[in-house]
Design a protein around this ligand. Structure first.
Ligand code: FES
Length: 110
């Protein structure tokens, strides 16, 4: 498989080794936290001690919704509540997504 080139930039290696960083706004607070491996954005946000709303963790209630303002989140594993327009506007269900870039910024107040 000589034709296959694996993308391996320094940022990617750091992403794999030390995890990505999540920064978010919630009820006026501006929080930053280091993500652990494969951590859901909702779980990381909750680790800061902020009372982020959530209920189902199954992509149904929509309470964990936030807007991706910077960086990238993985495509949602499931989504039964956000409209196509909301998704196009950058909204995600944070119980269904992880970081896809070294830094991700969310706005839970959007
Ligand atoms: S907690 Fe219900 S959709 Fe995320």
């Amino acid at each position: 498989m000589h034709g296959h080139r694996h993308r391996d930039t320094r940022a990617d290696r750091c992403h794999q080794r030390c995890g990505a960083q999540l920064r978010f706004d919630f009820e006026g607070a501006d929080e930053t936290i280091q993500l652990t491996d494969n951590e859901l954005l909702l779980d990381a946000a909750l680790r800061t001690g902020q009372d982020i709303p959530w209920s189902c963790r199954e992509a149904v209630c929509g309470m964990c919704r936030a807007k991706v303002c910077d960086g990238q989140a993985t495509p949602m594993a499931a989504n039964f509540i956000l409209s196509d327009d909301e998704v196009a506007d950058g909204f995600v269900l944070t119980c269904q997504t992880r970081a896809a870039s070294e830094k991700v910024r969310l706005d839970f107040d959007a």
